[in-house]
Ligand binder design. Structure first.
Ligand SMILES: Nc1ncnc2c1ncn2[C@@H]1O[C@H](COP(=O)(O)OP(=O)(O)O)[C@@H](O)[C@H]1O
Ligand SMILES: [Mg+2]
Length: 248
C-alpha cells in the first residue's frame, strides 16, 4: 500500500521496489515512526514518505535505491548542520530521516539571496569533509558517458586542481530549496567536495531569473567572490553534458 506503481523512481529496479513495504515497516519499528496518510513522492532514485516521530516531530523518510548517493547526501546535510540545510534525524544505508520543512514550498531565490545561500553553505561545513563524493569523479563520469567532452573536461580538471574546496550541493534548483520556518533550507544535495565554482555554475544554470545563463553565472560568481571564468567553464561543461547525454 505504501508504493503505488505510478510513483516508481526512474532509476530504481522492480526488485528494490518490491522490498519497499517491508523496509518501511522495519524503519517504523526501528525509528519509532508513524507514516502519515499522504501521497508518497517518487523521484529519480527514491521515494519520500511523510511521517511523524514518536515525540511528535514532523519528518520525511527518504528511501533510495542508490545507497552511495544517499550516503553522500546524508553526509553533506550533516556537515551543514549549523548552516541553511534541513536537519537530519537519522540515517542508515538506503534510508534517511529528515525534519520536515514547513511550509516546505520550493524557493525561487533572487540572485543576491542565492549568493548568500551559497556563501552560507560553503562556509558552514565542518572542517572534515569525509563521506562525500569527489568533484573529479563527477567530471570523469561525465567524460566517460559523453566522450566528446574529453577536452573540456580535462581542461576543467587541470584548472580546478588546487583551488580551495568546500562541501558542495551540486543540484541547487528551486525544488531543492524549501521554505522552512521563515528561512530557506536546502535538501537533496549530491554531496561532493570540490571548488566552489562548481556550485556557482549549477546554481546559475538551474535558477533562471531572466538573464542568459552566462550572465547568471557571472553575477553569482561576483556575489560569492569566486572565479567567474572557472565557474563559466563548469557551466559550459554541465550544459553540454545535459544536452549530449540525452542523445547517447
Ligand atoms: N525534508 C523535507 N521537508 C519537506 N518536503 C520534503 C523534504 N524532503 C523532500 N521533500 C519533498 O519531496 C520532494 C522530493 O525530495 P528530494 O529529496 O528532492 O528527492 P529527489 O532526489 O527525488 O529529487 C522535494 O522536492 C520536496 O517537495
Ligand atoms: Mg530533489
Amino acid at each position: 500500500m505504501i508504493v503505488p506503481r505510478e510513483i516508481r523512481p526512474v532509476n530504481a529496479s522492480e526488485e528494490w521496489l518490491s522490498h519497499v513495504p517491508q523496509l518501511v515497516d522495519d524503519l517504523c519499528d526501528e525509528w519509532h515512526l508513524s507514516v502519515d496518510d499522504e501521497q508518497v513522492r517518487g523521484g529519480a532514485w527514491g521515494i519520500v514518505i511523510a511521517c511523524h516521530t514518536e515525540d511528535g516531530h514532523e519528518a520525511v523518510l527518504k528511501l533510495c535505491a542508490n545507497h552511495e548517493r544517499l550516503r553522500a547526501e546524508a553526509n553533506a546535510l550533516m556537515a551543514w548542520e549549523r548552516g541553511p540545510a534541513i536537519r537530519v534525524f537519522d540515517y542508515r544505508p538506503g534510508a534517511l530521516l529528515l525534519e520536515r520543512a514547513r511550509p516546505g514550498s520550493p524557493q525561487r531565490l533572487a540572485p543576491s539571496q542565492l549568493g548568500m545561500l551559497l556563501n552560507a553553505l560553503h562556509r558552514s561545513a565542518r572542517a572534515s569533509l569525509t563521506g562525500l563524493g569527489d568533484w573529479r569523479a563527477s567530471i570523469n563520469a561525465g567524460i566517460s558517458q559523453v566522450p566528446s567532452l574529453h577536452g573540456l573536461g580535462r581542461e576543467l580538471l587541470r584548472r580546478g586542481e588546487g583551488r580551495p574546496v568546500a562541501a558542495l550541493h551540486g543540484d541547487l534548483q528551486p525544488a531543492n530549496v524549501l521554505r522552512h520556518r521563515g528561512a530557506s533550507v536546502v535538501i537533496d544535495p549530491l554531496g561532493i567536495v570540490g571548488p566552489r565554482e562548481f556550485d556557482v555554475a549549477m546554481a546559475g544554470l538551474y535558477n533562471n531569473w531572466g538573464e542568459d545563463s552566462s550572465s547568471r553565472i557571472t553575477r553569482l560568481a561576483k556575489l560569492t567572490g569566486t572565479d567567474a571564468t572557472l565557474a563559466l567553464a563548469f557551466g559550459q561543461f554541465s550544459a553540454m553534458y545535459a544536452a549530449l547525454a540525452r542523445r547517447t
